[in-house]
Design a protein around this ligand. Structure first.
Ligand SMILES: Cc1cc2nc3c(=O)[nH]c(=O)nc-3n(C[C@H](O)[C@H](O)[C@H](O)COP(=O)(O)OP(=O)(O)OC[C@H]3O[C@@H](n4cnc5c(N)ncnc54)[C@H](O)[C@@H]3O)c2cc1C
Length: 340
């Protein structure tokens, strides 16, 4: 029985294939490589047809939605349904990125049709003794264990891939079908996109932020917080801290970073008045870059940092804020120059 592997290709801003899309293509190619047919679904806001004609698939179905509506998952779901009505096969495996937009489409489609779905796959292989079945590896218990699961035989199967494993290089091919589907012609979406707003530092989770500020016993006085709050606003960073900061009431318990708190994966961690105990360092193992401000040059945090500033944070942080504000202003000035 021929299996159709159908990739719902993820895009950036509705107009660009990124390494996430190519990563999905690579994953798709490893599933039943010799017996399957590959189909792409592309819901976009202006990818040139010539690019779609070079995708490494047997068939490509695409829907052009207005850019302001591209983020509405309802549009995607309608496009998906319309395309699925055209591509009917005996067996279909739908692959998605775990990006919330595509996850939403996958959940709605599988629920509506009562078909099974496995989310956040890390690896998919054919089962040794049953080559027609897939074995899917996924993380459980917040990454502390893996589980291996498989689909019971069904006509359709839905699989989302963990985004962190989706990276690949552009690939090219010559699809035999490249067909545009006009969904507005059938039924306009009942949901319209109005606006979006960035989540600010107060709402951002420590585990999701690119920049995190950590405060410790060195920041003893809540009245000295002003410059730290300004810094948080400028770099859009939530404020967490050490166990001691938590015990002193400087931060809420859920903002504790470390062995007995949260582990963070930020690109930049700014540690202010934190000594760098092993328990604290445990929580910042996955941080890419650490900037440490501490008035004791022998503090252990300086062994773990990329930039270390020895000094009283009450003097250092305001200067850092001034420098960043000046930098921002010059960026705006440059932007104005470009626009002008
Ligand atoms: C079972 C267990 C679990 C633990 N779990 C955690 C955990 O999850 N997270 C955690 O953080 N800790 C944890 N700890 C506690 C840990 O051992 C340390 O006690 C704690 O990390 C120290 O916090 P701190 O760096 O804020 O304070 P300190 O170690 O007291 O360091 C304060 C630092 O501030 C500097 N400083 C003082 N004044 C200034 C100033 N004006 N300007 C600049 N710098 C200044 C000092 O030089 C010093 O280095 C745990 C301990 C145990 C036993």
């Amino acid at each position: 029985m021929e299996t159709n592997i159908i990739c719902y290709l993820p895009l950036k801003n509705g107009v660009m294939f990124t390494e996430e899309a190519w990563g999905l293509v690579e994953q798709a190619k490893t599933i039943y490589p010799n017996t399957s047919k590959m189909t792409a679904i592309v819901v976009h806001s202006g990818i040139p047809v010539i690019e779609l004609e070079q995708l490494p698939f047997d068939e490509v179905y695409h829907v052009h939605v207005p850019i302001e509506q591209w983020k509405v998952s309802d549009y995607h779901f309608q496009a998906f349904r319309r395309i699925c009505a055209i591509i009917q096969h005996q067996k279909e495996i739908f692959l998605f990125s775990s990006h919330p937009l595509y996850h939403d489409v996958a959940v709605r489609a599988s629920t509506r049709l009562g078909m099974p779905m496995i989310t956040n796959a890390l690896k998919v292989i054919e089962m040794e003794n049953q080559p027609s079945s897939l074995l899917v590896k996924r993380e459980i218990y917040q990454g502390k264990a893996n589980e291996f699961v498989s689909f019971a035989p069904t006509k359709q199967q839905y699989l989302t891939f963990e985004r962190s494993i989706l990276y690949g290089r552009p690939q090219y091919g010559t699809p035999s079908i490249v067909q545009e589907i006009d969904i507005e012609k059938y039924e306009p979406s009942p949901i319209q996109f109005i606006s979006e707003s960035e989540i600010d530092w107060k709402e951002l989770k420590l585990t999701e932020a690119k920049v995190v500020i950590g405060i410790g016993r060195g920041v003893q006085d809540k009245n000295e917080f002003d410059s730290i709050v300004k810094l948080a606003e400028i770099v859009n960073a939530p404020i967490g801290g050490s166990k001691v900061a938590d015990e002193l009431g400087l931060i809420p318990r859920e903002k504790r970073i470390g062995a007995s708190g949260t582990s963070i994966e930020a690109d930049i961690y700014i540690a202010i008045g934190i000594s760098g105990s092993s328990q604290h360092l445990e929580g910042i193992k996955a941080v890419k870059h650490v900037i440490a401000i501490n008035n004791d040059p022998s503090a252990a945090i300086f062994q773990r940092c990329d930039i270390g500033i020895v000094g009283n944070y009450q003097q250092v942080v305001p200067r850092l804020v001034d420098a960043l504000q000046a930098e921002r202003q010059s960026e705006t000035y440059v932007e104005h120059l470009h626009i002008g």
